[in-house]
Design a protein around this ligand. Structure first.
Ligand SMILES: *Cc1c(COP(=O)(O)O)cnc(C)c1O
Length: 441
């Protein structure tokens, strides 16, 4: 039996770790030249590069239309507007996600109802959606959480039955597949972040995709004032509003980001393939250990995890005699791997969704326009109980290094008894409202 580093043993990680194992995004002279060209032409606020990127992005995903935004948050807000979300309407969303999957609903006088997630995928549980549906439910926000594709067939079936729109938040899973179909193109509309920390990284930018002409027109009219005109928009009832943005917001992209995006897109699928090879290799090495299980999709049916954004593992403390996930992570950190428990804190536990009266209405914003107290639906046992921990995000399948990292996890899982005592606490409430740009090296 090896002695855990936390108890004075030799750490599993040793030697120099090559930077390319973790460095991301991959920026080459081709990205630099594309960005410099925008700067030298003074074309930062133009549209030529962004429109090329939109066309290429739409073709890549196989959707009819794409619209770029200055960030993912606004692209998701425009998607909500495209679905017709308005006063008193309800958006069903998982609680374990980044805040920009749903807070924007408040900006359109709508509200959020949280549905529970599945234990394995960590994505919205189709079986819990019906519990959340009321007379004013308008749309479902699906988040392909930590790159895992949600169960879209079941979700689309519920949506169809109740005549709801489906928005896909693809911020964690650009280019990922669900049963052979590209994520973002299965629901009515898809929107996503392309900011620096994501697997598809362009700086600060968002992208929206849809096949639906009216939704495209609404999304365009919402925050692209200079494109809110007859050259872009066909929908009759929007024509009286040409010239000004209906959302009172400006969504235009800084073209240095579109320029980088065009270059990134050329290499993205191949770079993601390398990530998946490395991540799958890591989990294959840990198969069968107590307490720790992969958060990954079977690729047999044509699904995949794309660039495997912010990878985490599933934790089962029962298999480790109640060892807490925080103590587990402490021990892995002592072996030389920077990991932490939690994932995103569940949103329904934040005061913004409980008590905040953001608009001085004399009543909490969450229920300001709702015809029921949707907070009473915040019963989310899986979301509240489940425990996960971050794992290294390998960008390249460098087998010998990945074996060393896997050995660190294996060592802790196999020798967990050394940690019992202090570490025996059933539940950890650790989590984050957003992910830090953890550097693994
Ligand atoms: C990053 C992220 C967003 C927001 O995108 P920004 O580009 O940061 O505005 C939305 N949803 C999820 C799930 C995200 O992770």
């Amino acid at each position: 039996m090896s002695i855990l580093a936390i108890n004075g043993g030799k750490p599993a990680i040793h030697g120099t770790i090559p930077a390319e194992l973790f460095s991301w995004p991959v920026v080459t002279p081709e990205d630099e030249a594309a960005v410099l060209d925008v700067l030298r032409r003074g074309a930062m606020s133009g549209l030529d590069v962004t429109e090329k990127f939109e066309r290429e992005f739409a073709d890549w995903l196989g959707s009819k239309y794409a619209i770029g935004y200055c960030n993912g948050t606004l692209s998701l807000q425009a998607a909500m507007f495209a679905c017709g979300l308005g006063k008193g309407d309800e958006l069903i969303c998982p609680s374990k996600t980044y805040w920009a999957s749903c807070i924007q609903a408040f900006n359109m006088n709508a509200t959020v109802v949280f549905a529970d997630i599945e234990r394995d995928s960590l994505c919205i549980d189709p079986a819990d959606i019906e519990r959340c549906i009321g007379p004013k439910t308008k749309a479902i926000m699906v988040v392909h959480y930590l790159a895992h594709p949600a169960d879209m067939d079941a979700i689309m079936a519920v949506a169809k039955k109740h005549n709801l729109k489906v928005i896909e938040d693809v911020s964690h899973a650009q280019g990922g597949l669900y049963r052979g179909r590209k994520l973002g193109t299965i629901g009515d509309i898809g929107a996503m972040s392309l900011m620096s920390g994501k697997s598809f990284a362009t700086g600060e930018m968002g992208m929206l995709v849809t096949d639906n002409r009216e939704m495209y027109d609404r999304a365009m009219a919402y925050s692209h004032y200079e494109r809110n005109n007859a050259s872009y928009i066909e929908t009759e009832y929007l024509k009286p509003y040409f010239g000004l943005p209906l959302g009172g917001m400006k969504g235009r992209v800084n073209q240095t980001c579109s320029a980088m995006g065009r270059v990134q897109l050329k290499y993205y699928d191949e770079r993601c393939r390398l990530i998946r090879e490395g991540m799958n290799y890591f989990w294959d090495l840990l198969e069968g250990l107590p307490g720790i299980r992969a958060h990954r999709v079977s690729e047999a049916e044509g699904s995949n995890m794309a660039g495997w954004y912010a990878p985490h593992g599933l934790y089962n403390s029962d298999e480790l005699e109640g060892l807490s996930v925080s103590r587990f992570c402490e021990a892995v950190r002592a072996e030389g791997v920077s990991v932490s428990p939690g994932g995103n804190n569940p949103l329904h536990t934040h005061n913004v969704f409980k008590t905040a009266d953001i608009y001085n209405a004399g009543t909490p914003t969450r229920i300001m326009n709702a015809d029921r107290d949707v907070r009473e639906l915040d019963a989310l046992p899986v979301t509240e109980e489940l425990e996960i921990y971050s794992i290294p995000w390998f960008k390249r399948p460098m087998h010998s290094y990945i074996e060393m990292y896997a050995a660190a996890f294996r060592k802790v899982a196999e020798n967990y008894r050394e940690l019992l005592g202090e570490g025996k606490r059933k539940k950890s409430s650790d989590g984050r409202w957003f992910f830090y740009n953890d550097k693994e090296d």
